[in-house]
Design a binder for this molecule. Structure first.
Ligand code: NAD
Length: 505
């Protein structure tokens, strides 16, 4: 039996229970169908065949879940930090123990290749460990002194929070949002993306089996316009942690206005990778390939605009094109596969329409550019490189969220900076140069929440993660996550009996 056949058999085994019972919601510690019994069907992008029936939650289900999370908040928020740390580490241990199952199920649900999802499952456990270790100090604050007064600051969890996640790397992203919320002492209602709901169910089960009390973590599946909207409007939900498209973020702001929701948004990107002639071109080419084609290009921090100094443009884009042509497209459960099928036929249609658009805008295809007949006949699109493009083209301005790279030449540093910043987004930037002063100067002026210099995206969990402009509001990571999930309170004590102004005698 090949490794692929073995993985298919194992994935079938893990999915059998969902084929039989469907994917249920999880409210107050119970696996429950939608209140009105409705379901929607989820398909696998590998063969477009039905994967499972998913509980189709709506406002009534969100209301139950929000009330359960409100009821659980009083107890969970008063659990000691060291106990929260112990439970979160137990969740991490349980994720590791079931990481094979998580990775295989995620691959079939999303089309993401196993080589990346195996790592993403373990990253999920690391997210829990990282925030677990910070739980005991999450409430600590500062002592701010002035003459005759000492101010003591402290933090308290904000309350029940809603977490709304996208379909691209659903398991890892859910842990990234939910682990800090739990570490802070918040309770959670999670609404996962309708295209890839299965591992969110595994995650809540894992958390409760590891000792998380009932009602602390609730799961409501459903569509954005009903379950998602109801969550953002619910008065018991104090904040919304959202990862998804920029225009959905704008909708959530409007929906949450009435109840004054605090929001944290991680949105889209059109991230530039800027390559100067003095860069290590071989490493830069590998990084360009990795940052646009890993995770099927369905990655918010993908380097989808390649800005290359004119004197090396021809040579460098040829290097990238040659590498792109050698990438293995295949079944996501094949350990050798680098690119699997895109999430859904609707998304495949969108990506292919951008490839047509790029051609009609006058850009030239140097690699890929077509649908591929991959195993299972699903949503396979070849890794695509556009050359002879300019920054005004829509393929250079809009987020395609697939394996499509647009390469644009620049003459000098000032032009590179202007092109890099001339976009509505500002999530990440990747700068390649051996000139240290230029790297410092350029990275300071680049309009992005995160810049990597001479590196692909390598995440350090204590560092802030998030975007500027249309790419987001707020930061995740380290203490920044607690700033979102907690309220800061200041208590001022007089340390000397200073005279109080008398307004009346
Ligand atoms: P999406 O915005 O369509 O959906 C995300 C989630 O929002 C889903 O769960 C969806 O059901 C829900 N939703 C939709 N409409 C809603 C509404 N009116 N109210 C409440 N919830 C609603 O995004 P997607 O297509 O699932 O994911 C791809 C997008 O996510 C890309 O733009 C990508 O860049 C972005 N993303 C960003 C980051 C980041 O960290 N910045 C990470 C991953 C993905």
């Amino acid at each position: 039996m090949s490794k692929l056949e073995e993985n298919i058999a194992k994935a079938d085994g893990y999915l059998a229970r969902f084929r039989k019972t469907g994917v249920l919601n999880h409210i107050d510690g119970e696996a429950v169908p939608a209140a009105d019994g409705a379901v929607f069907e989820s398909i696998s992008p590998i063969d477009l065949k039905p994967l499972a029936k998913i509980a189709h939650g709506k406002a009534a289900d969100v209301d139950r879940a929000a009330k359960a999370s409100k009821a659980a908040f009083r107890e969970w928020s008063s659990v000691s930090g060291s106990e929260r740390r112990r439970i979160l580490h137990a969740i991490a241990d349980a994720i590791v123990a079931r990481s094979e199952e998580i990775a295989l199920v995620e691959c079939v649900d999303t089309g993401q290749p196993h080589r990346f999802m195996a790592q993403a499952a373990l990253r999920g456990a690391e997210n829990f460990r990282f925030f677990a270790d910070r739980a005991p100090e999450a409430r600590d604050g500062k002592a701010l002194r002035t003459v005759g007064q000492i101010n003591l600051t402290g933090r308290a969890p904000i309350g029940p929070v809603g977490v709304i996640t996208p379909w691209n790397v659903p398991f890892m992203l859910s842990t990234w949002k939910i682990a800090p919320a739990l570490a802070a002492g918040c309770t959670v209602v999670h609404k996962p993306a309708e295209f890839s709901p299965v591992t969110a169910r595994l995650l809540v089960e894992i958390a409760e089996s590891a000792g998380l009390p009932k009602g602390v973590w609730n799961l409501v599946n459903g569509l954005g316009e009903d379950a998602g909207k109801a969550l953002t409007e619910h008065p018991d939900i104090k904040a919304i942690g959202f990862v998804g498209e920029s225009r959905t973020g704008a909708m959530i702001l409007r929906q949450g206005a009435e109840t004054l929701k605090r929001v944290h948004f991680e949105l889209g990107g059109k991230n530039p990778m800027i390559v100067f002639a003095d860069a290590d071109l071989e490493r830069a080419a590998d990084a360009a390939i990795f940052m646009i084609y890993s995770n099927n290009g369905e990655r918010c921090t993908s380097s989808s605009r390649l800005l290359v100094e004119k004197q090396i443009y021809q040579r460098f884009t040829e290097m990238v094109a040659q590498k792109a042509k050698r990438i293995k497209i295949g079944h996501p459960l094949d350990p050798d596969t680098v690119i699997g099928p895109l999430i859904h036929p609707l998304h495949e249609k969108k990506v292919l329409s951008y490839i047509d658009l790029g051609r009609s805008e006058g850009a030239k295809i140097a690699a890929g550019g077509e649908k591929v007949a991959g195993p299972g006949g699903g949503c396979y699109v070849s890794p695509t490189l556009f050359v002879n493009a300019n920054n005004r083209m829509r393929i250079a301005q809009e987020e395609i969220f697939g394996p499509v790279l647009t390469a644009i030449p620049f003459e000098h540093e000032a032009e590179a900076l202007a092109l890099a910043n001339d976009v509505q987004y500002g999530l990440a930037g990747y700068l390649w140069t051996s000139d240290v002063m230029r790297a410092l100067r350029f990275s300071e002026q680049l309009e992005a929440g995160m810049v990597w210099v001479n590196s692909e995206n390598v995440r350090h969990l204590p560092a802030p993660f998030g975007g500027v402009k249309g790419s987001g509001i707020g930061r995740d990571g380290g203490d920044w996550s607690f700033d979102f999930y907690m309220e800061t309170k200041n208590v001022a004590f007089a340390t000397a009996p200073r005279p109080v102004s008398k307004l009346a005698h």
